[in-house]
Write a new protein. Structure first.
Length: 167
């Protein structure tokens, strides 16, 4: 499902040796438990004319909380993601823009925000890799340390199928 959320329950079932109804029951349970938080579409931003993007370190006043940083950047539609991090910056944000001029205008607006002291920007020249986390065999990585500590609700459909087969 990480590779293609539109994949049918039958196709998933064929891959993990389960029936389509069994896959649906498991997916429904993962949705109820909050493991699956939603479904999304991957968009080619350049198709919409947004050719530039950057990772921007935000340096904020010492008392600015993560929630305040989130509030400060979420009003800018160019901000694709915001993350608190360890290190000197308070947060790092991922910004997309039409071009470098649009990016610069966005950064100027962000720097005008109360509590933001300065920014440091790394402009992306080319994207080498973007994908969901995968194991070396091409299968989705299981949460936890190598999958060994994954809770029952966080195990993959494949591991659930293996359990069923071993009973």
């Amino acid at each position: 499902m990480r590779e293609d959320a539109r994949r049918s329950f039958k196709d998933i079932g064929d891959r993990v040796s389960l029936s389509a109804p069994a896959v649906k029951r498991r997916v429904d349970r993962l949705e109820r438990e909050g493991v699956i938080k939603g479904y999304t579409t991957t968009v080619d931003h350049s198709a919409f004319g947004w050719h530039a993007h950057a990772f921007v370190e935000l340096f904020c006043e010492g008392r600015m909380s993560g929630a305040e940083v989130r509030e400060a950047v979420m009003r800018h539609p160019e901000v694709e993601g915001a993350y608190t991090i360890a290190g000197a910056p308070s947060a790092i944000i991922h910004v997309r823009a039409e071009d470098n001029q649009h990016l610069e205008e966005t950064l100027e607006r962000i720097r005008e925000t109360d509590g933001v002291l300065r920014t440091q920007t790394q402009i992306v020249l080319s994207t080498l890799l973007e994908r969901p986390v995968m194991e070396s065999d091409g299968k989705p990585t299981k949460p936890g340390r190598g999958g060994s500590r994954a809770s029952p609700s966080h195990r993959s459909l494949r591991s659930l199928a293996s359990e069923r087969d071993s009973r």
